[in-house]
Write a protein that binds this ligand. Structure first.
Ligand SMILES: C[S@@+](CC[C@H](N)C(=O)[O-])C[C@H]1O[C@@H](n2cnc3c(N)ncnc32)[C@H](O)[C@@H]1O
Length: 215
């Protein structure tokens, strides 16, 4: 089967599609329609954002270490978390401030036959002790307000203290994210890659990689 092609149809309209081996329900899927009524999300966790596709593509080229413990921050519906569990067999936790994203994440984890540990916390609530349980932090489109610049900068400082090895964050080049990248030089060893994904779902943006081990 081709990447991105529909795997189920209803009235000739696809309700499930596949991205890099992960099955996704479209907005037409009855489960999504029901969840949208029962669990309206409140901080933009209302779909799979394209940065997740970028992040998956980056990880496809640069796989995490086997048995890595991964924390997806601002996971929303958890696409990248599911991808890492399904493709690399990693132990993955999805954390989000909005509890209403988790029914969508669980529905997709079930569809893909993986388990993602759910954690309801804000970025600020992720303390050094919690972060010390993880090797790798990932995130897609999580720096969309000016206030999140400081919030994430401080989270990176705690991650470094906690012994996390790396953070990989994808973004569609929103200004708060660009500003965040610009202030990392003094404290962190990092790279920013311009990333483009022509298919199956076209996406482009930046990938920030922070190497805490070298920072
Ligand atoms: C634009 S969505 C991206 C969701 C997902 N990463 C994706 O790419 O599909 C941003 C997510 O970050 C979460 N979020 C926003 N601010 C947060 C905070 N301060 N702490 C934890 N999660 C937060 C939202 O609830 C939402 O799920």
């Amino acid at each position: 089967m081709k990447k991105g092609s529909p795997v189920q149809s209803h009235n000739n309209k696809p309700t499930i599609q596949e991205e890099l081996g992960v099955k996704l329900m479209t907005a037409r899927h009855p489960v999504i329609k029901k969840l949208k009524k029962e669990c309206p999300t409140s901080i933009h966790g209302d779909k799979f954002w394209s940065s997740s596709y970028l992040l998956m593509d980056y990880l496809n080229d640069n796989p995490p270490k086997k048995n890595a413990k991964i924390l997806e921050i601002g996971c929303g519906w958890g696409l990248t978390a599911i991808y890492c569990s399904k493709t690399f067999g990693c132990d993955v936790t999805g954390v989000d401030a909005d509890p209403d994203v988790f029914p969508y994440l669980q529905a997709h984890a079930g569809l893909n036959e993986v388990y993602i540990k759910p954690l309801v916390k804000t970025f600020d609530q992720l303390d050094v002790k919690t972060l010390s349980e993880y090797d790798l932090i990932i995130g897609g489109d999580i720096c969309f307000w000016d206030s999140l610049n400081n919030t994430l900068f401080n989270l990176f400082k705690r991650a470094k203290k906690a012994g996390v090895s790396k953070a990989i964050i994808a973004d569609p080049q929103r200004q708060p994210f660009v500003d965040l990248c610009a202030r990392l030089d003094k404290d962190f060893s990092h790279e920013v890659w311009d990333w483009e994904l022509p298919e199956p779902t076209p996406a482009n943006g930046d990938i920030l990689i922070i190497d805490f081990d070298r920072s």
